[in-house]
Ligand binder design. Structure first.
Ligand SMILES: [Zn+2]
Length: 108
């Protein structure tokens, strides 16, 4: 197996920033579900609107989960949130244990 070189602090920060942004996108999408449905229910043709809003939300959710599942750890290069077929959006890399805020802890 090839050994991976240690990432520079800049690469580490950029990689972790990318992971944090994708996590925020997923959580905001989950939070936005209820308000979006409430707005859809208040429209004149609420039945159709709810179906359309739900389909759009579901497609965005699939994209957000796929982006989060496939994001690479800046330290080890493995998928940050995946272990085999298991997806868990935890705050540490499954493979090397790198914390999501490791770049911010080093600066203090
Ligand atoms: Zn890792």
């Amino acid at each position: 197996m090839a050994t991976t070189a240690q990432p520079t602090p800049r690469d580490l920060h950029a990689g972790l920033q990318k992971i944090r942004r994708r996590r925020w996108f997923l959580w905001l999408l989950i939070i936005a579900y209820l308000p979006a449905m409430m707005v859809a229910l208040r429209t004149p043709q609420s039945g159709q609107t709810v179906v359309v809003v739900f389909c759009i939300w579901l497609i965005l959710l699939i994209i957000a989960v796929a982006l989060l599942a496939l994001v690479r750890c800046p330290q080890c290069g493995e998928c940050f949130h995946m272990n085999g077929f298991l997806f868990r959006p935890v705050r540490k890399c499954f493979h090397c244990g790198l914390h999501l805020r490791a770049d911010k802890k080093k600066n203090r």
